[in-house]
Design a protein around this ligand. Sequence first.
Ligand SMILES: [Zn+2]
Length: 106
Amino acid sequence: MTRFEDELKNNNFVCSKCTKCQHFVWPPSEFCNKCLGDTVWEPVSKSAKLVEISSKDGKSFCIAEFEGNIRVFGTISDSLRPNPGHGLVLEYCSYDDTPKFVFSVE
Ligand SMILES: [Zn+2]
């Protein structure tokens, strides 16, 4: 179990952030993938942007982007179907074999 998964289970979305260039490193890593700087765990903003949406069996699935470069797969709790580029808010996250992200429409 990694720190990342532990925090997700507690409904905290954290990601590694570079101490040198301040950019979030995704997927989480000990070192920055741009400048090889050290990283620390930082909370990620609850606001995301919708990148892609699809639906199956009445549920909406999405790819959402945080902080300009963290892309995750999740579900949308609202029955609304916003267009790509629309704002989403992270309602909760968890971890159960894979990361779980549930969004509402902003
Ligand atoms: Zn860096």
